[in-house]
Each structure stands twice: as structure tokens, then as C-alpha cells.
Design a protein around this ligand. Structure first.
Ligand code: NAX
Length: 324
């Protein structure tokens, strides 16, 4: 039996946490033979609910679950973790300015960054889910200088998976037949879902669909606005799909992407494809040996370049707001 891996989930009493914890404990993130010890963190008002989540995890008798720690103490939660999924954050409430929400999250991510830096296992891999995901990840990186920048990422895999799903639905294919879509930029409505390099059943998506108007119009806006539509339909934001995508993100990062397949991850920008440097930007990446690398050499037309510029500018603006 392998040694259990300690996995931190912050905001674990929330919607995504509730969906994510059992998926991790069933091996969806680290593999079907990898035991885990879950470190579940939330804030004091959610402490009782967090205990309830722990009780359910015990009741589910999950074979890979080697332990559950529930706590409202950040330093206890980050102790020895090899994987950290940062779901906790401050939501935007009615009447709140964007900069006020940002300030709240900056302060959360600063203190959690310091705690991870102090207590996490060397080589900890961090995935930020909480919004504004790219900028929270950037704040975390800035405040945990001893954690390598390449170990800090944010979730745009849900948007990527939404794009795969839309293409599959449109052509009536299984989602596994759709490959190499890209989400560029911010996990916000400025993101650009791009199918120019994607295939379905081995055929370029553009040839399989032959409807440029749909690909440039409805497809893009459906992926960009999907989160808002789910809120309208469910009365709550995406949780099942966010949790599932977080597992996909970490699994591919750790175990690798299949040869010739790339996925979208929010990673620290090196300026590839003219994206601004020193922000967390979603790129197409390949993963091997526990490391990601940005797929290079894709042809970018003027239309796409304009979309990348716009989402990059939004991220630069967010960064300025966060650093105020
Ligand atoms: P919930 O409000 O259900 O849960 C958030 C949890 O975080 C709560 O239990 C809260 O008590 C806790 N929390 C707040 N401050 C904390 C702190 N300082 N330390 C630890 N825990 C803290 O939200 P949920 O629906 O689970 O969404 C969580 C986050 O994911 C939100 O920021 C949301 O906007 C974001 N999302 C990001 C997505 C992505 O693709 N990157 C998609 C889904 C989701 O919208």
C-alpha cells in the first residue's frame, strides 16, 4: 500500500468542497491506488458544517481515505500537505465593489500563502479555484516566494471541459473524442475559448462543424457565460463540474497528459503568445513527470490575438487592483 498523500481543501464546508472531498477520496485526483489524508479547512462560522462533512466521509467508508483532519486553523491545515486545493474565498455580496471583494481575497490569500510556505511539504502543488482565481493564484505566488512559481496554478479546466462538452453535443460525439480545445486568459467572461487547434474524432473541429458563425458566436458565449447560466438554473453556482474539473487538473498535472493532447491551466505567464508576463494566464499546456509546459508554436490569427490581448489586459487590471 502506498503512503497516504495529505491533500488540503480550503473552503471545504462549501458547495465545491462538499463535492470535491469525496471525489479526491475515491481516487479521481491522485489515482485509484493512492490513499489520501484530507485536511479540510474552513472558517469558524462553518466549523459545525465542516464536522458534518467529515461525518459523511466516514459514513461513506471510502477505502482510500486514510484520515480526515477538520480545522479552522490555517497552520494546522497546511501542515505537510503535498497537494493544496484552494476553494475558500470571500464571495462578492450585493452592493460590494469589485475592489472590496479583491481586498478581502488578497488578505486571505496572503495569509494562506505564508502558511503554505511555512508548513507544506516541499514540492507542494497548489491549485486555486476560488475567484478571482487567476489573481488569487498570483497573490499566493507573490506571498510564498519559496514555493516555485510553476507549482502554483489556477483552475480554467472547468471552462476547458465546458468547451469539450459543447463541441461533443454539437456533433453528437463522445466527449473523449474531442481534443485540444484551449481556454486562453482569465477565468472570467473575457476568457477566449478557442477551437482552432482542436479535433473531434481526429478531424479538425472547424471541418467537423463547418459553422464559423456558431464557433465564433454561440459557442464562445455559451462557454463564457456557462457559470452564470448554471446559477440561474440551479439557484447555486457550479459545484459538481468544478470539483470534477479540479480533479482532472491535478490528475493530469501529476500523472501527465496523453501524448499529443493538451489541456488548459492557469499558470504563471512567461509571455508566450504575447500574453503579459508576471500574471497567471490560462494557456494550453502539456504535462509530463509532474511538470507542465506551455504548448509552443501554435498559429495565432489576428482575431485570436485580439481576444488574447483583451483578456490579458483584464488580468493586468486585476493585478493592479489587487496590489492597491
Ligand atoms: P461556497 O460559498 O459554497 O463555499 C466557500 C467556502 O469557503 C465557505 O464554506 C466559506 O466559509 C469558506 N471560506 C471563506 N473564507 C475562507 C477562508 N479564509 N479560509 C477557508 N475557507 C474560507 O462557494 P463554492 O460554490 O464552493 O465556490 C468556491 C469558490 O470557487 C468561489 O470563489 C467561486 O467563485 C469559485 N469558483 C471557481 C470556479 C473556477 O472554475 N475557477 C468555478 C466554480 C466556482 O464559481
Amino acid at each position: 500500500m502506498k503512503k497516504p498523500v495529505k491533500v488540503l481543501i480550503t473552503g471545504a464546508a462549501g458547495q465545491i468542497g462538499y463535492a470535491l472531498a469525496p471525489q479526491v477520496a475515491r481516487g479521481a485526483m491522485l489515482g485509484p491506488d493512492q490513499p489520501v489524508i484530507l485536511h479540510l479547512l474552513d472558517i469558524p462560522p462553518a466549523a459545525q458544517s465542516l464536522e458534518g462533512v467529515k461525518m459523511e466521509l466516514i459514513d461513506a467508508a471510502l477505502p482510500l481515505l486514510a484520515g480526515v483532519l477538520t480545522t479552522t486553523d490555517v497552520d494546522e491545515a497546511t501542515q505537510g500537505v503535498e497537494v493544496a486545493v484552494m476553494v475558500g474565498g470571500f464571495p462578492r455580496k450585493a452592493g460590494m465593489e469589485r475592489k472590496d471583494v479583491m481586498a478581502k481575497n488578497v488578505s486571505i490569500y496572503k495569509s494562506q500563502a505564508s502558511s503554505l510556505e511555512k508548513n507544506a511539504a516541499q514540492g507542494v502543488k497548489v491549485l486555486v479555484v476560488a475567484n478571482p482565481a487567476n489573481t488569487n493564484a498570483l497573490i499566493l505566488k507573490e506571498n510564498a516566494p519559496s514555493i516555485p512559481a510553476e507549482n502554483i496554478t489556477c483552475l480554467t479546466r472547468l471552462d476547458h471541459n465546458r468547451a469539450l462538452g459543447q463541441v461533443a453535443e454539437k456533433v453528437g460525439a463522445r466527449v473523449t473524442e474531442v481534443k485540444n480545445v484551449i481556454i486562453w486568459g482569465n477565468h472570467s467572461s473575457s476568457q477566449f475559448p478557442d477551437v482552432a487547434h482542436g479535433t473531434v474524432g481526429g478531424k479538425p473541429i472547424k471541418e467537423a462543424i463547418e459553422d464559423d458563425e456558431w464557433l465564433k458566436g454561440e459557442f464562445v458565449s455559451t462557454v463564457q457565460q456557462r457559470g452564470a447560466v448554471i446559477i440561474k438554473m440551479r439557484g447555486m453556482s457550479s459545484a459538481l463540474s468544478a470539483a470534477s474539473s479540479a480533479c482532472d487538473h491535478m490528475r493530469d498535472w501529476i500523472h501527465g497528459t496523453p501524448s499529443g493532447t493538451f489541456v488548459s491551466m492557469g499558470v504563471f505567464s512567461d509571455g508566450s503568445y504575447n500574453a503579459p508576463k508576471d500574471i497567471v494566464f490560462s494557456f494550453p499546456v502539456e504535462c509530463k513527470g509532474g511538470r507542465w509546459s506551455i504548448v509552443q508554436g501554435l498559429q495565432i490569427d489576428d482575431y485570436t490575438a485580439g481576444k488574447l490581448k483583451a483578456t490579458g489586459e483584464e488580468l493586468v487590471e486585476e493585478k493592479a487592483l489587487a496590489l492597491q
